[in-house]
Design a protein around this ligand. Structure first.
Ligand code: SAJ
Length: 441
């Protein structure tokens, strides 16, 4: 295929997608409004920590098929991959309860930036996760301001990204992809484009179904994590070790409970279910409740820490991990950051360490450049993210740096005995040890 593509938004999805097209022979122009991102990329740097991404971006530039700038360029296809966060200062309300609202400003500006270039035969694809009906009700009318008609003069489709941060390069190629067209030809044009690098199956449907599919996937996961988190609270109440109980329950052939943790973060699962609530609050009770459980999990973690340490005022705490999940550098909507803020609100003196982002821009949070610096002279070490570095920690090597320190883990994967054997007081959130109401006590 000899089409030229403009990818608008060079974030966690746009950059790998653009680079992937370029390394598969298409002429790609990447656009981002952030001048720093363009400067870094043009200097052979990269602004995102993601395994294998730097190599693909280097290869894309070396091929001569990839350019980047702040301006949209005349192309045959346009892919919109900009963020759809929620509004920070405005909420919806239903039945006396507040819900979060999507902020579609970036999608609107990206779509408007295509307008001066749009010509007959072009293909426009929205990748950003969006409320159901966005393609038809928001994107189509904006593009038709050009005087061209969607479906008649140009093709328009929705194709959500479905890749897992940490495995983006592999999943971009191997995952099944859904392409929803505003008509059949738009979906087929989308398929012809993505077939350049997608090895997984490509399913064609209409745009609104594709939007619903994407929201259903992330909402399903959110609800499943919420039940795991709720089980951790119940186990805590009953003096049961939640991970042992989950391990046994999961031996049932039709049960697969996920891992409880400090909460749900990132730019996807903690945001997308709200798009359903926003559009139909009267129909989304379960989805709404799951969001509330996951959003309040950091407060539960801090409750357990308080029970373990007593008053947190003046307590010195090392917080290990700040990213929203294991082995990524992304701190957006991170429950680990929320835990640190809540500890500080209780008067704790927190030193944080994030191995994948040594100096994150987090005003008010003290970060350390090494693990040793973070854990020196502390009353407690709180493990907030299941980074491989932390899972593979050797407790023997730490006991001298931090004697008399309690270790509180919010993640699954650390083995209590390894810590206890060398003298640490080890508590796992949901292990039922910090609550004295155990049925066995
Ligand atoms: N988490 C738990 N317990 C678990 C699994 C995850 O607490 O058992 C937490 C993580 O620590 C993290 C959050 O949930 O804070 C979300 O992490 P995740 O790995 O479940 O998902 P994301 O946000 O990295 O990526 C999701 C994926 N969606 C699904 O798995 C249905 C990915 O495929 C999507 O492309 C991505 O959202 C997206 O961009 O929408």
């Amino acid at each position: 295929m000899d089409k030229s593509i403009c990818v608008i938004g060079l974030g966690y999805i746009g950059l790998p997608t653009a680079a992937m097209f370029a390394t598969h022979g298409l002429q790609v122009h990447g656009v981002d409004i952030c001048e720093d991102i363009i400067r870094v990329l043009n200097k052979n740097g990269i602004h995102i920590e993601e395994p294998g991404l730097k190599e693909v971006v280097d290869e894309a530039f070396a091929s001569g098929h990839f350019t980047v700038s702040n301006e949209v360029k005349l192309s045959d296809a346009y892919i919109i991959a900009v963020p759809t966060p929620f509004k920070k200062d405005k909420y919806g309300e239903f039945d006396g309860k507040k819900f979060k609202l999507s902020d579609m400003n970036a999608v609107i500006s990206a779509t408007e930036s295509i307008l001066p270039h749009l010509k007959k035969g072009d293909l426009v694809i929205l990748e950003s996760t969006s409320p159901v009906r966005t393609t038809i009700d928001l994107i189509k009318p904006i593009l038709e301001k050009s005087g061209l008609m969607a479906g008649k003069d140009f093709y328009l489709a929705y194709s959500p990204e479905r890749v897992l941060p940490g495995q983006i390069i592999k999943e971009l190629q191997e995952n099944a992809r859904v392409i929803g067209g505003i008509d059949k030809s738009s979906a087929e044009q989308g398929k012809a484009l993505y077939a350049a690098f997608v090895k997984g199956d490509i399913f064609l449907t209409d745009a609104t179904t594709a939007e619903m599919v994407k929201l259903m996937e992330n909402t399903y996961r959110d609800i499943n994590i919420a039940i795991a988190n709720e089980f951790s609270r119940l186990a805590d109440r009953f003096g049961v070790d939640v991970n042992e109980a989950i391990g046994i329950a999961n031996r049932h052939p039709r049960v697969k409970i996920l891992n409880p943790g400090p909460g749900v973060g990132g730019h996807c699962i903690s945001v997308d279910p709200w798009f359903f609530v926003e559009s139909a609050p009267e129909l989304s009770n379960l989805i709404w409740s799951a969001r509330q459980v996951n959003d309040s999990q950091p407060a539960f973690v801090v409750e357990v820490i308080k029970r373990t340490l007593g008053s947190l005022s003046g307590k010195r705490i090392a917080a290990l991990g700040l990213s929203f999940k294991a082995n990524v550098d992304d701190i957006r909507e991170s429950p680990a950051v929320e835990v640190v803020h809540l500890l500080q609100n209780e008067g704790a003196i927190v030193k944080a360490f994030e191995p994948n982002k040594l100096s994150p821009n987090l005003p008010g949070i003290t970060t350390c450049l090494s693990l040793e610096e973070a854990i020196a002279e502390t009353d407690a070490i709180i493990i907030l993210v299941a980074h491989s570095e932390f899972i593979n920690l050797n407790p023997k090597g730490l006991i001298n740096t931090s004697p008399n320190t309690k270790v509180i883990s919010t993640i699954t994967g650390l083995i209590a005995e390894h810590w206890e054997d060398v003298g640490f007081d080890f508590i796992q959130i949901g292990d039922g040890k910090s609550e004295k109401s155990s049925v066995l006590a």
